[in-house]
Write a protein that binds this ligand. Structure first.
Ligand code: COA
Length: 267
């Protein structure tokens, strides 16, 4: 089924003067969010583990007339995300928008999963979200900033082969709500986005066998997978003043897929 076109509903300068950081911004959903924020006036930093991906994305944003900065960092390492904050402060002197998007995942039954395998996904997704948020707090609290945590719908029901990722994503949603309570008085809004099956992502490549696609699409109320641009539009809304009174919310962007039960894709 064709996807709708993506002319923006927002003014092109809605984020003018703002600075954003997108973790895992070199590819997939993170790259789409970085590009969308830049198209709307934000200067955008991206971080990730692979320099080449960051360089390519920085080049893309700059070719479109935006300003970007790529910095390698593993979100599992607090000192590395602190270095990213220092680079952003040195270059632009502020940070207004943090998108915690970096994630790792694979399919594995719990009995076959090593404690280190479970812990690795928790470390990237959940601890990475905490690490980056904590490191960003001094800058965000100066700017009256916004945090957007990318989770998933895996934990809305039981999801086989995904105990590690579902646990991590549940933790991220808990972090979203708890930080919204703690940091609201500092003028910081913390919201989440829970994407469903999104084309052009490592998640779909890694987690869904191509022969299951047609069946999966039939189980989604909107009868198609989403696009990275559609998730990026949700992020733009949450980054913009259009969501000024929204905090602690998790916006599900999945075509209604979770309503059919998350087992659907695994069976
Ligand atoms: N099945 C079972 N266990 C796996 C696994 C798989 N497919 N892939 C990795 N693991 C285990 C490893 O065996 C290891 O545990 P062990 O030391 O007990 O053997 C542990 O996970 C760490 O693996 P390692 O490859 O050292 O981790 P890494 O830090 O290099 O990579 C991953 C992290 C595993 C999450 C990797 O898939 C990754 O980098 N992903 C990033 C992109 C991504 O996943 N995107 C999708 C988002 S939906």
């Amino acid at each position: 089924m064709p996807q709708p076109p993506h002319a923006s509903c927002f003014r092109p300068d809605v984020l003018a003067g703002k600075v954003a950081l997108v973790t895992g911004g070199g590819s997939g959903i993170g790259a789409a969010i970085a590009a969308r924020l830049a198209e709307h006036g934000a200067r955008v930093a991206i971080c990730g583990r692979t320099q080449a991906k960051l360089d390519a994305m920085v080049g893309e944003i700059e070719a479109a007339g935006g300003e970007a900065l790529g910095h390698t960092a593993d979100v599992r390492r607090f000192e590395q995300v602190e270095q990213v904050m220092q680079a952003i402060e040195a270059r632009w002197g502020r940070l207004d928008i943090l998108v915690n998007n970096a994630a790792g995942n694979f399919l594995c039954p719990a009995v076959g999963l090593s404690p280190n395998g479970f812990g690795t996904v928790i470390d990237i997704d959940l601890k990475g979200t905490f690490n980056t948020s904590k490191a960003a707090f001094p800058l965000l609290s100066r700017a009256g900033g916004v945090v957007i945590n990318i989770s998933a719908t895996l934990h809305y029901a039981g999801t086989p082969l995904q105990t590690h990722a579902a646990s991590a994503k549940a933790g991220i949603d808990a972090l979203t709500r708890s930080l919204a309570m703690e940091w609201g008085p500092a003028g910081i809004r913390i919201n989440g986005i829970a994407p469903g099956p999104i084309d052009g992502t490592e998640g779909i490549t890694r987690l869904l066998a191509p022969e299951l696609r047609e069946r999966a699409e039939r189980l989604i109320p909107l009868r198609r997978f989403g696009s990275t641009a559609e998730v990026a539009d949700a992020a733009l809304f949450l980054a913009s003043p259009a969501s000024a009174y929204v905090t602690g919310a998790v916006l599900v962007v999945d075509g209604g897929q979770w309503l059919a039960g998350s087992m659907a894709l695994a069976q």
